[in-house]
Design a protein around this ligand. Structure first.
Ligand code: 4AD
Ligand code: MG
Length: 441
């Protein structure tokens, strides 16, 4: 006789019924004549109960001999239990073993603590653990929310190339690729290309992998990361800041409503996220610098901040920890920022740009700006930055033919996941992190 096959996440719909689950053994406890196997199936975990008296001796022995991560098809009756984390337990009736992991070569990630290097070396297996699985589901929800928000607000997805002839965010962090004897680079950002699709389609976005040969070994830097980048024609810095705060508020709200169970699994304090509602505070760069100087004078940050620099991680950490929601720092000195940023017409030494710093010390999750609209000025900036002008002729065309004010930003998915999940390091935010020292697995 066969029973309905279901998943642990939707088991509540089958209370009182006998169902079949297809998964793996996560853990097993034994207490006299009772076995308590915990099964996982990719959607969650559930505890099973196997009383010796209630099953055949073969079934009892099969369960008793199960090893961690053995694959099993389990049939049992769903029972509500308030104490269970999922709200349900399974009275196991039958277990079919698909592959039993031999005890001489057990699953490497046991339930005790392991060091980070060991876990990263076994990332392909580490992702099976409940916490890592929950983070990956939250990541997927964040990506879906970002795309839903843009799709439902009139943005058209336009995919930029990954292989590119020139830099977008400065030449120091390019990964070169041999392109049939010519030099090409892995993209740092889709921005330049989606500026062109924005002038074709109005409101657009890109979502895809981006690459930076960053030598920084910090908890925020990956060499390969995923970025979502909206770009709007006929829009200025103020429009961009409104978009950024609505975008982030929407994503956080979505995770809180749809991924509450996973947030519980990872132990995230969600009261810190419930306050994330637009509008967000806006802070001029100069005022942010004043805050840092004051903090340094009080001994709250170690190094004095030198005016005119881009903020370092400790500076961002301090600034962002001062607010209960993301803070939007705008109008940095133009000379510390990228070549394409529009100067402030009121005071051209500032760029019309914004960095959104996440609270709880997470720092920059979004960087964006209004783009230079003038052909002459853009050409001058390309020359000043010693960029290869031939490679930018197409980009200059956007200022030759119907140039308009336009603006956009990029949000790094991993930075957003790290903040929303409250993680110490971006390496846990992506299935297989690429960092300065790691390419395996
Ligand atoms: O501030 P960035 O460099 O801005 C750009 O690339 C613009 N072209 C985007 C645009 O305006 N369309 O990068 C944007 C975001 C950062 O705020 C950060 O979240 C993420 O990308 N990011 C990284 N994430 C992980 N590892 C790295 N090495 C990152 N570098 C940037
Ligand atoms: Mg930036």
């Amino acid at each position: 006789m066969s029973f309905p096959v279901t998943t642990i996440a939707s088991i509540g719909a089958h209370e009182g019924q006998t169902v079949t689950l297809r998964g793996w053994l996560y853990n097993l406890r034994e207490s006299g004549k009772l076995l308590f196997p915990i099964f996982r199936d990719g959607t969650g975990t559930i505890q099973g109960i196997v009383p010796k008296a209630a099953v055949t001796p073969e079934t009892f022995d099969t369960v008793r001999n199960l090893t961690q991560e053995s694959s099993v098809i389990v049939t049992g009756k769903v029972r509500a239990d308030k104490r269970a984390p999922s709200g349900y337990e399974l009275d196991v009736e039958k277990v079919e073993v698909i592959q039993r992991v031999p005890e001489e070569a057990p699953f490497p990630i046991s339930l005790k603590e392991h060091g980070t290097d060991f876990l990263m070396e076994h990332r392909h297996l580490w992702i099976r653990t409940p916490r890592q699985s929950a983070i990956l589901r939250i990541r997927a929800e964040i990506i879906k929310a970002a795309r839903d928000f843009l799709d439902d607000n009139g943005f058209t997805l336009t995919d930029p190339p990954i292989l590119t002839p020139a830099a977008c965010e400065g030449t120091s962090t390019l990964f070169p690729v041999d392109y049939f004897g010519d030099e090409a680079f892995l993209t740092q950002s889709g921005q330049l290309y989606i500026e062109s699709t924005a002038l074709a389609l109005g409101k657009v976005y890109s979502f895809g992998p981006t690459f930076r040969a960053e030598k920084s070994k910090t908890r925020r830097h990956l060499t390969e990361f995923w970025m979502v980048e909206p770009e709007m024609a006929y829009a200025g810095l103020d429009d961009l800041m409104v978009l950024a705060e609505e975008f982030i508020s929407f994503i956080v709200d979505r995770v809180l409503t749809r991924r509450a169970a996973d947030m519980k699994v990872i132990g995230r304090d969600i009261t810190k996220l419930e306050t994330i509602k637009a509008p967000f505070p806006r802070l001029r760069y100069d005022d942010a610098v004043a805050m840092l100087n004051e903090a340094h004078a009080k001994g709250l940050i170690e190094h004095p901040f030198e005016y005119g620099n881009d903020f370092g991680s400790p500076d961002e950490t301090y600034l962002s920890s001062q607010f209960d929601r993301p803070v939007m720092v705008h109008r940095y000195p133009a000379n510390v920022k990228a070549f394409y940023m529009e100067p402030d017409p009121v005071e051209p030494k500032y760029a019309l740009c914004v960095d959104v710093l996440a609270p709880e010390g997470y720092g920059e999750i979004i960087g964006g700006s209004q783009r230079i609209a003038s052909y002459e000025l853009l050409k001058q900036r390309i020359e000043e930055h010693k960029l290869p002008i031939e490679a930018f002729q197409w980009y200059l065309d956007l200022r030759r033919y119907g140039s308009v004010p336009h603006s956009g930003f990029g949000m790094g998915i991993e930075r957003a996941v790290a903040w929303i999940c409250g993680l110490d390091h971006v390496r846990e935010t992506i299935p297989f992190a690429r960092t300065l020292n790691r390419m395996y697995p």
